[in-house]
Design a protein around this ligand. Structure first.
Ligand SMILES: NC(=O)c1ccc[n+]([C@@H]2O[C@H](COP(=O)([O-])OP(=O)(O)OC[C@H]3O[C@@H](n4cnc5c(N)ncnc54)[C@H](OP(=O)(O)O)[C@@H]3O)[C@@H](O)[C@H]2O)c1
Length: 296
């Protein structure tokens, strides 16, 4: 365990569950056992932080997580889930949280995120509900997702407890959080920055989001140099950053092993910089929109 792990009680590599159980709706043909097995496997390998949302497969993903953890000792996993932007009124936050607890079948949630902002619901109402959930012990920590610095500051002013984590899209292509200083701000503020979609390099018009050999020469060269896969280089570029964790999804045990193996090598500082500066596609994809609050 490194210092970051000790501080945040969760690892730098977290398992996501978007597309476990379905996508927006449950998929009746989903291989539930495979998803449950993958979650159990990840926890058995030390990936304690499991990420879900009330909206993933309309709650089915939370049910699968609940099923996976039911025979595992509580100190072996850390559960994060999210309340959607259409449920941010006081009563809806409380009721969403209670429903998530039922689906996960646990007495408390370790990390409860606001999934996205909703300009139609006063933030004071949402934060009052979050403060209440902390006071009653139903949630242990609060997180924000898809936010910029102004939004983080506004929540900090209204919450009675510190913001624990910020979860934004961030990878070699999607650089908004880096360019707008969100990653640095989180590091300086002691907020865990968790990069969502760390593996898939998707953007409008992308030819191959899985970047098989031949998609990006730079990645192919780095993978060859370190004797690792392109995916491992992509994930390592993130995890090697101070204060940055990743949440990746996989229902495949070999893929989980492949991601865990990134702990066994290090990119040289100069290679990290080359990937940082020279990666050929770098875009803002709208994940840090501070649309509701002015910076003060
Ligand atoms: N806060 C938000 O708004 C937000 C938005 C989107 C996602 N998220 C969270 O972030 C998590 C990750 O994002 P994501 O699922 O969209 O993208 P991702 O983790 O970057 O990519 C997932 C895809 O990569 C594949 N994969 C995983 N490991 C691989 C490996 N070693 N080699 C090759 N392919 C591999 C997976 O397939 P297999 O299953 O076959 O391995 C899956 O198709 C989500 O599950 C969710 O928890 C949050």
């Amino acid at each position: 365990m490194n210092m970051l792990d000790n501080k945040y009680h969760s690892s730098k590599i977290c398992l996501g569950t978007w597309r476990m159980g379905g996508d927006v709706k449950p998929n009746p043909n989903n291989d539930d056992e495979k998803d449950i097995d993958a979650i159990k496997y990840a926890i058995s390998k030390g990936i304690s932080h499991i990420d879900t949302s009330e909206s993933y497969a309309d709650g089915k993903s939370e049910l699968l997580v609940g099923e996976a953890i039911k025979k595992i000792s509580r100190d072996k996993y850390f559960l994060a889930t999210k309340v959607r932007e259409y449920n941010l009124s006081y009563d809806s936050v409380i009721s969403s949280c209670e429903k998530s607890l039922q689906r996960l079948n646990v007495p408390s949630i370790d990390l409860y995120y606001i999934h996205k902002q909703n300009p139609l619901i006063p933030i004071e109402e949402t934060t009052r509900a979050l403060n209440k959930l902390i006071d009653t012990g139903l949630i242990k920590h609060i997180g924000l997702s898809n936010v910029g610095i102004a939004t983080i500051k506004k929540y900090s002013q209204l919450l009675n407890s510190p913001i624990y984590a910020v979860q934004n899209q961030y990878n070699l292509v999607c650089r908004e959080s880096q360019r707008k200083g969100v990653t640095d701000y989180c590091k300086l503020s002691g907020i865990q920055f968790i990069a969502w979609r760390p593996i898939l390099l998707s953007y409008p018009g992308v030819v191959d989001p899985y970047y098989h050999t031949g998609t990006y020469r730079l990645l192919d060269e780095m993978a060859k140099k370190y004797n690792k896969t392109n995916t491992q280089i992509v994930a390592k570029w993130l995890v090697q950053q101070d204060g940055v964790s990743i949440v990746f999804k996989s229902s495949n045990k070999e893929h989980i092993d492949e991601i865990l193996d990134i702990e066994n090598f290090k990119l040289s500082d100069s290679d990290w910089e080359i990937l940082d500066k020279d990666f050929p596609v770098q875009k803002d994809l709208g994940c840090t929109a501070d649309v509701y609050f002015e910076l003060s």
